[in-house]
Ligand binder design. Structure first.
Ligand code: GDP
Length: 629
């Protein structure tokens, strides 16, 4: 409560002055500091390391770390802090701050909003549809893509060598169509998860001899939720066992109603193998495109989405970009995701060098500094400086997001991810007593991975023999893995580290149980079961109001203990008034992690300022309990 005493004076007239003596049990003596120095406000980037912050504030890293500890942040020199945190520290050290690039930020907002203006633009012209193919494995997605491509290459380009750049463009009836050639809904959902709406029309492929399968259902769900127009390609009609009516029946039961049955979904019978029905399919696609009036303005700066990207040994970062509007030109400055660069060379899907690419064209681009991610949006600039700044800004934002996201995963988190329809990856670290069991576990997990439906994958970050150590836990924390121990136990340091960072470490003595639990998590069966566990009880003995109107209470711990990270349940006359997190827990002026029974402490609650003398507070945490099986 009293950590800032004496500091406010340094800023000269700051509102923190009044804090002196505000907290209960304050023993701090106000430190007399030098008279306030009038300085220019410093500008701080959105994210910086502790060392960088120390540099900017012309002080030592230790000083910064000390300040951070006061707000309960344990940091090292390399730790990243966000602007808000850094600003607080700076303020404590007597600096006025502002956020660097705030002027630039509005530029970023301007540019990002360019993305939304499309339809109302009077210069818009009809553009080719961008089409994705989805469906169950072996129903002929790849074959259909190949068949469409080989029979309909644009005039004069036949015979060129097909390059797989993630998308291609063909011509039919003198009009262009763009196909994304990573079939399956992983790519589709991954893009959507990144906020990129790439697809204009989805083709759902169903093999006429096989019918609707689990992945077909999933694909329908994804297409519907993305509200993308759908065309059903009933494939393999050349086979004697083909039964197109059965497909229509099955799909209509899922509210994918064929047009000829009064619905609004076109069904086209095709044979990707024989090249039958392909022209019909293309015609239908063009009709759907017309109905949806797909347009874009070709005469402005290009923007779009990264379809795929890789590092190429001799060419450096190479990205396939789908231009969604505008025209991409050689030498344009491109910002893709968090990277940027000037377009040094462009190629179309036949490997031909091109100088410009208009709306709906896929184009392979060289010249980016780094490899962007599939699904990243891109924008173009004439000016190198603006491009670089935007890339830096995006990269800083991403670091902030990463800071927030980079929390350890639990086996049961996977359940939520699967439920939300996100592609989930379960990363594991396996520690086992002997090589024999390790091999058996690895094989079984590998098998499990192969048997798994799309959507969940398992990746082994480390498999080794020996006890679970602190370094295993650290690896798990940084890679977002869980640790599976077989016939081993953690050493003390590992146990402590796992508790501290919240890594899920599980132990087994029966291989089958290990595999079974992983399998359940992967199939989304392992819903977590929680129960509240009481840590301790305390009573409010006095209350204080801080200058910012927060109320903190002086507590006496009656029973158990009060851990800093537990939840507080405020009870007054036996009824629950409030339940929520702890904002501050102090002994005298120091932040503490825990206070035991028989001691006094100071407590502030997150979002509750109505503590009264005599209130009882129960401290508790949620604990995952074994599921009844
Ligand atoms: P994907 O897993 O959906 O990409 O399916 P593929 O395109 O790899 O096709 C799976 C299998 O079905 C391959 O052996 C194809 O040759 C075959 N296939 C695809 N389309 C047809 C078709 O129209 N008729 C027949 N008879 N076989 C097909």
């Amino acid at each position: 409560m009293t950590d800032t005493i004496g500091r406010g004076t340094r800023r000269g007239g700051g509102n923190k002055r009044g804090r002196r003596g505000a907290g209960g049990g304050a023993r701090t003596v106000a430190v007399k500091r030098a008279a306030p120095v009038v300085r220019e406000p410093v500008s701080l980037p959105p994210v910086m390391s502790v060392a960088e912050l120390a540099d900017i504030l012309e002080t030592s890293g230790i000083e910064i770390i000390r300040e951070l500890m006061k707000v309960s942040i344990m940091a090292n020199l390399n730790q990243q802090v966000d602007y808000e945190t850094a600003a607080k520290v700076a303020e404590e050290l007597g600096w006025e701050t502002n956020e660097a690039d705030s002027a630039m930020k509005s530029t970023v907002a301007d540019f990002e909003s360019r993305r939304l203006e499309n339809d109302s633009d009077p210069d818009s012209r009809t553009r080719p549809p961008v089409i994705t193919i989805m469906g169950h494995v072996d129903h002929g997605k790849t074959r259909l893509l190949d068949s469409i491509r080989s029979t309909n290459v644009a005039e004069g380009e036949a015979g060129g060598i097909t390059q797989h750049i993630g998308a291609y463009q063909i011509e039919s009836q003198g009009r262009k169509l763009t196909f994304l050639d990573t079939p399956g809904h992983e790519a589709f959902t991954a893009m959507r998860a990144r906020g990129a709406q790439v697809t204009d029309i989805a083709i759902l492929v169903v093999a006429a001899d096989d019918g609707v399968m689990p992945t077909t259902r999933e694909a329908v769900a994804h297409i519907k939720s993305a509200q993308v127009p759908m065309v059903v390609a009933v494939n393999k009609v050349d086979l004697p066992a083909a039964n197109p009516d059965r497909i229509k029946q099955q799909l209509s039961e899922m509210e994918v109603m064929p047009e000829e049955w009064g619905g609004d979904i076109p069904f086209v019978e095709v044979s990707a193998k024989e090249g039958m029905g392909i022209d019909d399919l293309l015609e239908v696609l063009l009709l759907v495109a017309d109905v949806n009036e797909l347009k874009a303005n070709p005469v402005k700066a290009a923007q779009g989405v990264v379809i795929e990207a890789k590092i190429d040994g001799s060419r450096g970062p190479v990205a396939t970009l789908l231009v969604q509007s505008g025209t991409l030109n050689m030498r344009d400055v491109v910002v893709a995701g968090t990277t940027w660069g000037r377009v040094k060379a462009m190629f179309d899907d036949r490997g031909k060098r091109i100088r410009r690419a208009g709306p709906s064209s896929p184009v392979e681009v060289m010249g980016l500094m780094e490899v962007p991610q599939a699904g990243d949006t891109f924008l173009t600039f004439e000016d190198e400086k603006a491009g670089r700044q935007l890339a830096e800004q995006r990269s800083a934002q991403k670091r902030v997001e990463h800071l927030n996201e980079n929390r350890p995963i639990k086996l049961t988190d996977l359940y939520d991810q699967v439920q939300e329809g996100k592609t989930a990856e379960l990363r594991v670290i396996i520690k086992s007593d002997v090589q024999g069991s390790l091999g058996a576990i690895q094989n079984a997990l590998l098998k499990l991975n192969e048997d798994m439906e799309a959507g969940v994958t398992l990746s082994v970050q480390l498999a080794a023999t020996g006890a679970v150590t602190e370094s295993d836990v650290n690896l798990a924390a940084t890679t977002g893995s869980i640790v599976l121990g077989f016939n081993v136990r953690p050493d003390v340091a590992a146990k402590r580290a796992a508790d501290a960072v919240g890594v899920d470490v599980r132990f087994y003595t029966i291989i089958y149980e290990l595999i079974d639990e992983v399998k359940k998590a992967m199939t989304g069966l392992l819903a977590p079961v929680y129960q509240d566990v009481t840590d301790g009880y305390a009573e409010v003995r006095e209350t204080f109001k801080l200058p910012n109107n927060d109320v903190v209470a002086g507590l006496y711990v009656l029973d158990g203990k009060v851990p800093r990270n537990s939840r507080a349940r405020v009870l007054r006359s036996g009824t629950v008034l409030f339940e929520g997190g702890i904002k501050s827990l102090k002994r005298f002026k120091d932040d503490v992690r825990e206070v035991a029974a028989g001691y006094e402490c100071g407590l502030g609650l997150e979002g509750f300022n109505d503590l009264k003398v005599g209130d009882q507070i129960e401290f508790l945490h949620r604990e995952e309990v074994a599921r009844p099986s």
